[in-house]
Design a protein around this ligand. Sequence first.
Ligand SMILES: Cc1cc2nc3c(=O)[nH]c(=O)nc-3n(C[C@H](O)[C@H](O)[C@H](O)COP(=O)(O)O)c2cc1C
Length: 415
Amino acid sequence: MTMAPLAAARILLIIGGGIAAYKSLELIRRLRDHGAAVRVVMTQGARKFITPLSAATLSGDSVRDDLFSLTDEALIGHIELSRAADLVVVAPATANLLARMAGGLADDLATTVLLATDKRVLVAPAMNVRMWLHPATRRNLDRLESDGVLVVGPDSGPMACGEFGPGRMAEPQAIVKAIERALEAGPPTDSGESVPKSLAGRHVVITSGPTYEAIDPVRFLGNRSSGRQGHAIAQSAVGAGAKVTLVSGPVALPDPEGATVIHVESALQMRAAVEAALPADAFIGAAAVADWRVADVSSDKVKKDSRSAPTLRLVENPDILAEVSRRTAFRPAFVIGFAAETQDVTANAKAKLTRKGCDLIVANSVAQGTSTFGGERNEVQLIDRDGVESWPPMSKAEVADRIVRRLAAELAKRL
Ligand SMILES: Cc1cc2nc3c(=O)[nH]c(=O)nc-3n(C[C@H](O)[C@H](O)[C@H](O)COP(=O)(O)O)c2cc1C
């Protein structure tokens, strides 16, 4: 693995035509503060938002924006430009620029450089939430990620266009951290074996499935959770390079490949397994933990009595999500809880966020008529302190991938 510390790094920064271009000026300043050399290429769109003069002044180098400039080409040819860098960073990466990259176009200096480079490429997408969630953008991003392109952000929150959701460019500080990680990973190899993953080096503890609360050796109180969503998140987190500990209640699913799986039955066992698995960078409580357990579990099978049915006395189970969220020592940097509600999904999930002290709630409706329990698809809302984000219906695998992407972005900001 080639180590290229930021202090000696040569960064080629491509600025796209988005409203977030002004943040790239701050990015140039920060990179230079760290000692990196920054050379800037701007798209024609970018010139509408910031001036080449600002970028040139901050970078200490002339800014290039014309593929067919005789002067620039004589100074340093476009192929050389693409190779004389340790890392190519695209910030902001507009929807248009991502589409052109995914399609392999080379119709201006920025895309020609991106197609000709043999160096690692990191993109910081920035766009309106509808553009970000559009299937075309999703497709382009999937294609770029499978080509080995690294992605930082986007963040979620209020946007310049007045809407709310994912699409805001990651903050310059988070982009600098992503640049450092990309440099540590070194250049791409033909076998692709050193593609750094967004959760590489992170430990993620996930709970999944139902819990069974024993009544006697034969009977239990359970619930309808299948574990599909939690297991899909575990698989996705493994794919993103995380070390994953999955604490699973009784489910009829295979163990996700690459995860350490602890099988438990009851809420008390689940809590003990989670405690033993910590510390972790993130905790995702996707299990449907029983709120109550039977107070006096019979050691023998309760016999049918013709005179009266037995009465079960219940006691409250520990609240694993709240306990993890409120830890004073070794609290995971990001805690995600799930809310399965049958009514007032958003209001109940918001209340749960505050009550439990977690950072994000993934809420879904499990009311009659929805096929969330045991089904392949899910429709969720994400609730954090800034507001609510609604995702369209999609497969549980797609929900898992998106949650993992969001988690990686949040951890990049915090750690
Ligand atoms: C005011 C304004 C703001 C824009 N902001 C964005 C943006 O944040 N993200 C984006 O993908 N496109 C944005 N666009 C559209 C792009 O500027 C447009 O797609 C342009 O062709 C991008 O070119 P480039 O990707 O080659 O830089 C914006 C357009 C306008 C007029």
